[in-house]
Write a protein that binds this ligand. Structure first.
Ligand code: HEC
Length: 147
């Protein structure tokens, strides 16, 4: 009995944490957020190296670049299903109304990531503008910033 109670409390705490972070519950929204978080995390790694907040590491930089290319290539599949209403979703309905244009934005990110020079911290810094521009272009049209 005690064990069951603990499990229940644990589950409730986990659910509470998920809500506190504004995590999506709709599977389609979750898939979108996962792919974007992968993009964000790896761009964050490159950004930190460029700013000297993290020591430059060629292998880690290449891995981050490859992960962005892969994630960008996965945007189409992750966003294809609009799914149900999810209060935490920041995806605008315009995505599905302008699907081809949305995919062009995803492709632009992939091209920007493929073209990013990560051979030094300085080179990363010089590539960040193009990468960041690709994020901004798409977010401006298709992401509803709720913060
Ligand atoms: C093809 C369009 C597109 C591109 C390109 C794009 N994003 Fe996004 N991004 C979105 C959309 C749409 C959302 C909202 C998804 C949702 O809430 O369902 C989003 C959400 C996010 C989120 C929030 C994820 C979460 O947990 O809710 C982060 C972080 C993010 N993007 C980072 C980036 C970065 C960094 C780049 C550029 C390197 C980028 N994105 C490029 C469309 C794009």
């Amino acid at each position: 009995m005690k064990f069951t109670k603990l499990v229940l409390v644990g589950a409730l705490l986990a659910a509470g944490a998920a809500f506190a972070e504004g995590e999506a519950t709709d599977p389609a929204a979750k898939a979108r957020e996962a792919v974007m978080q992968a993009v964000g995390m790896n761009v964050g790694t490159l950004g930190k190296m460029a700013k000297g907040e993290m020591p430059y590491d060629a292998a880690a930089a290449e891995a981050a670049k490859a992960a962005i290319v892969t994630a960008a290539g996965g945007i189409a599949a992750a966003f294809e299903a609009q799914g149900g209403e999810d209060p935490t979703s920041e995806a605008k309905p315009e995505i599905w109304a302008n699907w081809d244009d949305f995919l062009k934005n995803a492709d632009a990110l992939k091209v920007a990531a493929e073209g990013a020079d990560v051979s030094s911290a300085e080179a990363i810094g010089a590539s960040m503008g193009t990468l960041g521009g690709a994020c901004k272009d798409c977010h401006t049209d298709y992401r509803n910033m709720k913060m």
